[in-house]
Design a protein around this ligand. Structure first.
Ligand code: SF4
Length: 173
C-alpha cells in the first residue's frame, strides 16, 4: 500500500473518524466533542480492548494510526476493519468506516474494501466507497464544518439514545 506522491498537494479533511461517527449519531454530541468535552471515547476503547482480548477475535490484527485522524484496524485479508460492540448505531459505524476509505482515497490509496465486525454478534457487514457514498461523506463533512464552527451547540430533540449517552447530564441535566 503505497501513497501516491502526487496526492501530497490534496487537502485532507480535518475531522477524525470519531467525529464523523458522532455526527451520524447526534449533532450535539459532535459539537461537545469538537469543543473539547471528550467523555466517552476512552471508555469505548477500553471495552473494545477487553472484548477483543477475551474473544481472541483477531490474531493478526494491527492498528494503524493515520495522521492522528483515523485508526485503521488492518488485517491480513487486505481489508480495513472496524470492530464494534453492537449494531445499534449501524449508520454511524458504516459512515465512519466509509470516511476511512474516503480519507485513504484522498491520500492516494484506492480500491480498499471495508468491513464492520461485530464480534459479540458474530456478524460482519461489507462496505464499499461508491460514488454515492463518497458524496454522502462530502456533504456530511461540509455540514460538520458548520456545526463545529458554531459557538452555540445545535438544538436537538431528546432521543432514546440520550438515556445511555455520557453527555446526557450536560444536555438535559
Ligand atoms: S445526550 Fe442526547 S442530545 Fe445530548 S449529546 Fe447525547 S445523544 Fe446528543
Amino acid at each position: 500500500m503505497m501513497e501516491n506522491e502526487q496526492t501530497e498537494m490534496v487537502e485532507l479533511p480535518s475531522f477524525t473518524g470519531t467525529e464523523v461517527g458522532y455526527y451520524f449519531v447526534c449533532h450535539k454530541k459532535l459539537w461537545w466533542f469538537a469543543h473539547g468535552v471528550q467523555m466517552e471515547h476512552g471508555h469505548d476503547r477500553v471495552l473494545m480492548g477487553k472484548l477483543v482480548h477475551e474473544e481472541s477475535y483477531e490474531r493478526r490484527r494491527k492498528e494503524i494510526d493515520i495522521d492522528g485522524k483515523i485508526v485503521l484496524d488492518w488485517r491480513e485479508d487486505g481489508c480495513v476493519h472496524e470492530v464494534k460492540l453492537t449494531d445499534k448505531m449501524e449508520e454511524a459505524h458504516e459512515m465512519q468506516l466509509l470516511y476511512y476509505l474516503y480519507y485513504l482515497k484522498r491520500k492516494g490509496v484506492e480500491g480498499l474494501r471495508g468491513q464492520i465486525d461485530y464480534p459479540k454478534l458474530r456478524q460482519t457487514r461489507s462496505i464499499e466507497l461508491t460514488e454515492e457514498n463518497e458524496s454522502k461523506i462530502e456533504q456530511a463533512l461540509e455540514d460538520m464544518k458548520c456545526i463545529t464552527a458554531s459557538e452555540q451547540a445545535p438544538q436537538v430533540e431528546w432521543m432514546k439514545i440520550c438515556k445511555s449517552c455520557s453527555y446526557a447530564e450536560l444536555c438535559w441535566g
